[in-house]
Write a protein that binds this ligand. Structure first.
Ligand SMILES: [Mn+2]
Length: 311
């Protein structure tokens, strides 16, 4: 952890990246670090870059920075919440003078000069909170604490998922001590509009079961039918994961930009990240992502999950 600070001290310009299609934890990690560095080292220039923030989080996080590429060669680049380099939003990350990774995903590949990975942490925000509270000299404020809280809340599904551990509560306690208002965060994140409620209903009605697997392969262009965007239509996998006989869930949605199915996988007990690795993906033991070119590949993936469940 000491080395983390020494690198921050060394650079006047710091650019923070995270994964594509950012979730609450990716943005929380990015903006908490940005504000943390600005607060403790006011002379430094800090930027948070990447693709668009999803609508449901846009009231919580500030706007992303758009920067000139020439800044990179003298900058420290920090990549948060991203296990493999293909998932980093904005290819310019590699032009940084020094690359630092902070993550909590299962290790996939080394792409940074220095990697701080805590596989047992619920979220990348929890890793950052740990760094802050262990490094007693760092100042924190309510805004930073709020961002970190959002990261822990969203990655643990409000302290519901299996990645919720003692430390998740310990650091949440420390963050609440900074004056974070939990109720207002919940209100901001979990407000739903009617379109999303109807889309949720559709998924719950249409998903199928095969043995211990619950799955749904959404029709191409389903977003248009419900007047929602791709990001809103993605990551609804937990809706089909609750059945008492369900041990695995697979949620497939067509990504028309990449021309492939984006798959979310969940497992209640046995690890599925190895299955995800076979299909161009990766992630955690119980929650992972993968890709498939067509329905035939999705069938194969379901076959692999069945094998996994027998082994
Ligand atoms: Mn995360």
């Amino acid at each position: 952890m000491k080395s983390f600070l020494s690198f921050i001290k060394k650079y006047d310009s710091i650019i923070i990246h995270r994964h594509v299609n950012p979730d609450g934890d990716a943005l929380a990690s990015q903006f908490s670090l940005k504000e943390l560095i600005k607060l403790n080292f006011p002379d430094k220039k800090v930027y948070a870059v990447g693709d668009e923030c999803p609508k449901y989080l846009s009231s919580i996080f500030p706007k992303l920075d758009v920067i000139n590429n020439s800044i990179y060669k003298n900058s420290l680049v920090i990549v948060v919440d991203t296990a493999n380099k293909d998932r980093i939003s904005d290819d310019n990350w590699k032009f940084g003078q020094f690359i630092l990774k902070i993550d909590h995903h299962v290790f996939v590949e080394k792409y940074a000069n220095l990697e701080i990975i805590e596989e047992n942490a619920s979220s990348c925000a929890e890793v950052i909170a740990k760094i802050i509270f262990e490094e007693k000299k760092l100042k924190i404020n309510k805004e930073i604490a709020k961002f970190l809280m959002v990261g822990i809340i969203t990655d643990t599904g409000r302290f519901l998922y299996k990645n919720t551990k003692k430390d998740s509560f310990y650091y949440s306690y420390k963050l609440l001590e900074e004056g974070v208002n939990l109720e207002s965060i919940y209100k901001e994140i979990y407000k739903k509009d009617d379109k999303m409620i109807k889309f949720s209903g559709y998924i719950m009605l249409k998903y199928k079961n095969k043995g211990e697997i619950s799955y749904i392969v959404l029709k191409k262009g389903i977003e248009k039918k419900f007047k929602i965007n791709f990001n809103e239509a993605t990551s609804m996998v937990n809706l089909i994961f609750g059945g008492k006989n369900t041990k695995y869930a697979l949620y497939a949605i067509w990504n028309s930009n990449e021309k492939l199915y984006k798959i979310s996988l969940r497992s209640k007990s046995k690890p599925i990240n190895k299955v995800a690795n076979k299909f161009n993906g990766g992630g955690h033991k119980n929650a992972a992502g993968a890709k498939a070119k067509n329905k035939r590949e999705i069938k194969k993936m379901i076959g692999e999950l069945e094998k996994n469940s027998e082994s």
